[in-house]
Design a protein around this ligand. Structure first.
Ligand SMILES: Nc1ncnc2c1ncn2[C@@H]1O[C@H](COP(=O)(O)OP(=O)(O)OP(=O)(O)O)[C@@H](O)[C@H]1O
Length: 344
């Protein structure tokens, strides 16, 4: 659906050129919810704005539904942009227009007859659950309601792609969840491709199918959300994950283990990651029974991404060397991800 090839964006400034995007390659399939996460200044806004050419790339290509946006002239681009809707952090509604008139705006520009506009706006307001607010003005709405208007306006032209520029950053956690829920619903109902940028891992975890982590204008990691959460490779990704799922052993437990290591009574330290079906099996109790080891749980957590359960468990295994070795073999056979840790 969207292919980004070797995208570079350089801003000339008084202090010399700023490389905002440095060779981005991405492929986003139709119907996917694709998240791009990065710290402030990483290049997220520039990247999402290059997708609909609000920002013109310095080099590279953006191909949407087979059409190379980077080679279009102004008129062709205006036409092609109808395939792409966009919503913003600060909603960007027209304050002098009612909710109805805001959603009608892109349809008026497209030159649709009045009756058709009325029907389409009503349909969109129903989709976002705001039919009763058609005659209200933006100043009379909550943040969540304003973003719903933004979504209705962005979808009025039946785009194939919706770009979300930090769409929930100005909202409280509960409203954020309801907007994300709405986006997921719309994605399923309309098979709409959604690309969102965010600095919050919770947003990625809540609705995205795939994620790309961007740092200094480059993609440092990319893939299905469940893979990135369970096998992060870059330090930046790990920090983002730790901001919502803490895998670090708490200090008091760490100190006790270090004391036991010092006096030679500590066992073998391991971390197990569970994904999917294995998370439901009583693996630890089976291991204890079969291998005769003692398993001291130091730290653990369990979470889910959509319907996939995943978690980590840090254990100290105590017993004879041969029993501990057998326990490790047992765990490996269970197709768990197993790490033997040298330190807490
Ligand atoms: N118009 C511009 N002129 C010059 N430099 C720019 C311009 N827009 C962005 N930049 C620079 O490009 C880099 C990437 O900026 P961008 O806004 O894309 O980052 P971001 O990840 O969206 O950050 P934030 O989360 O803070 O919005 C930054 O170094 C920024 O200063």
């Amino acid at each position: 659906m969207i292919e980004i090839k070797n995208l570079r964006k350089i801003f000339p400034t008084q202090n010399g050129p700023v490389v905002a995007l440095d060779g981005i390659n991405l492929r986003i399939e139709a119907g996917e919810i694709y998240g791009i996460i990065g710290l402030s200044g990483a290049g997220k806004s520039t990247l999402i704005r290059c997708i609909n050419m609000l920002e013109k790339p310095t080099e590279g290509q953006v191909i949407v539904d087979g059409q190379n946006f980077t080679s279009l002239n102004a008129r062709q681009l205006r036409e092609a942009r109808r395939q792409i809707g966009m919503i913003f952090q600060h909603f960007n509604l027209l304050s002098s227009r009612t909710v109805f008139a805001n959603v009608a705006f892109p349809l008026e520009i497209a030159g649709l007859p009045r009756q058709l506009i009325r029907e389409k706006v009503s349909e969109m307001l129903e989709l976002v659950g705001l039919s009763d607010k058609a005659h209200a003005y933006p100043s009379q709405l909550s943040g969540g309601q304003k973003q719903r208007v933004g979504i209705a306006r962005a979808l009025a032209n039946d785009p194939k792609v919706l770009l979300c520029d930090e769409a929930t950053s100005a909202l409280d956690p509960r409203t954020t969840r309801s907007i994300l829920h709405l986006l997921r619903d719309i994605n399923e109902k309309l098979n709409l491709t959604i690309v969102l940028i965010t600095h919050e891992m919770q947003v990625i975890k809540e609705i995205c199918d795939k994620v790309a982590v961007i740092e200094d204008g480059k993609i440092v990691e990319e893939g299905p959300v469940i893979d990135i959460f369970t096998r992060p490779r870059s330090a930046t990704t790990r920090k983002f994950i730790n901001s919502i799922i803490n895998t670090e052993i708490p200090e008091p437990i760490r100190t006790r283990f270090k004391n036991r290591t010092a006096n030679g009574t500590a066992g073998k330290l391991i971390r197990i990651s569970f994904i999917g079906e294995t998370a439901k099996e009583p693996v630890i109790s089976s291991m204890v029974q079969q291998c005769q080891v003692r398993a001291n749980v130091l730290y653990g957590n369990i979470d889910h991404i959509k319907d996939t359960i995943f978690g980590t468990l840090t254990l100290e295994l105590q017993g004879k060397d041969s029993e501990v070795e057998e326990a490790l073999r047992f765990l490996k056979e269970k197709r768990l991800q197993l790490e033997v840790l040298s330190d807490v």
